[in-house]
Structure formats: C-alpha cells, structure tokens
Write a protein that binds this ligand. Sequence first.
Ligand SMILES: [Zn+2]
Length: 66
Amino acid sequence: MRVKCVICDKIESIKDESFQAKRLRNRPIHTFMCKVCEDRITERTNARIATGNFQLYRSKTEEDEW
Ligand SMILES: [Zn+2]
C-alpha cells in the first residue's frame, strides 16, 4: 500500500502485511511518518530529554487555563 509522510509529504510504499500497514488501516492515514522524519523526531526528542528541557503536555494545559 502507498502512504504519504505527514511531515515531508514523501510517498512511500509499505508492505500490506507489515505491522505499519495494519496499524494504518485501523487509524487515519495521516499518522504515517517516513523513516527519515521518524528518526529526526526521535533524535530531537531524545536530545530534549538529555538536556532536561523535555516537557510533558501538562505544561501546555496550564497555559490554556483561563
Ligand atoms: Zn518524511
């Protein structure tokens, strides 16, 4: 099946029987991320955790309170 990366719009083809294909069939197609973008985000997340600046969604909720 053909899927589009939500970050860079790259079209990739994945095996129909792969875990990723099964997951995408149960979820909206826009959750797909290509390997490059996935790696980049993982790297960035790990870097943020390493520097101690990683914040959970909790801080966002606090900002949204009126
Ligand atoms: Zn991508």
